[in-house]
Design a protein around this ligand. Structure first.
Ligand SMILES: Nc1nc2c(ncn2[C@@H]2O[C@H](COP(=O)(O)OP(=O)(O)O)[C@@H](O)[C@H]2O)c(=O)[nH]1
Ligand SMILES: [Mg+2]
Length: 233
């Protein structure tokens, strides 16, 4: 048996702060808890009462620690915004696919968050895809096209996810890693209206200002390492 300790290790550790921003009830805390603890349970999430979680991921000789921060409840959101945005490497803007007004709000969230952090990698994420599929086809088309336009303006990848049905949850964070470390991601895009969109090549492909800080940690890493990280279940 190979003794792990005999293998030379670089033991790099990089902490990446990720901010989750969006209207109340869009599913920010649920997404964070699902990603870190693989649980989707409203009661559990509320009991937990957390708005900050960490998950460590191994990327070759580098350990990447995602520190994920969620806006608190409805009331304190204005005060919380700098705390969530400042020094975030990525900001995930979330809206509820079944409530178009939460997409409209993204405009203001984006403007304010950008005021605190100009360089974070933005992502636009539509939540509760499991509920969207039951809605009118014309509505699905409209929300898909509108969110594509928003993502275009934001320079952000666009991902539809369902925390309840485990759709695209892991992939959101793979896109974050790929963008932060300048790695090639080989996950196929999903672009057909009605499907859980995953668009990260044609949307959000502009080079980020100051992203070089993070890409240096990941030099020589192979795309396989991202592909093999954690698969969706
Ligand atoms: N059907 C469905 N419900 C969800 C999903 N994600 C979150 N929810 C529900 O949406 C509500 C708000 O979620 P929460 O994470 O507290 O939202 P937050 O206020 O943005 O943190 C809760 O009742 C969740 O159970 C999802 O993917 N599908
Ligand atoms: Mg919450």
């Amino acid at each position: 048996m190979v003794n792990k300790n005999s293998i030379p290790q670089l033991n790099n550790e990089v902490k990446i702060k990720i901010g989750l921003i969006g209207d109340a009830q869009v599913g920010k805390t649920s997404l964070m808890v699902k990603y870190v603890q693989n649980v989707f349970d409203e009661e559990y999430t509320q009991t937990l009462g957390v708005h900050y979680l960490e998950r460590k991921i191994n990327l070759g000789s580098t350990d990447v620690i995602f520190s994920i921060m969620d806006l608190g409840g409805q009331r304190e959101f204005i005060n919380m915004l700098p705390l969530v945005s400042n020094r975030a490497v990525a900001i995930i803007f979330l809206f509820d696919l079944t409530r178009p007004e939460t997409l409209t709000s993204i405009r203001e969230w984006y403007r304010q968050a950008r005021g605190f952090n100009e360089t974070a990698i933005p992502l636009l994420v539509g939540t509760k895809y499991d509920l969207l599929v039951n809605l009118d086809v014309a509505y699905q088309e409209e929300v898909s096209k509108t969110s594509m336009r928003y993502a275009q303006v934001m320079g952000a990848p666009l991902i539809f996810c369902s925390t309840a049905s485990s759709i695209n949850v892991q992939k959101i964070f793979k896109v974050v890693i790929a963008k932060a470390f300048n790695l090639t991601l080989r996950i196929p895009e999903i672009k057909d209206i009605g499907d859980p969109l995953l668009i990260y090549k044609t949307l959000g492909n502009q080079p980020q200002r100051q992203s070089a800080d993070y890409s240096e940690h990941a030099r020589c890493r192979q795309p396989e390492q991202i592909r093999n990280m954690t698969s969706e279940h």
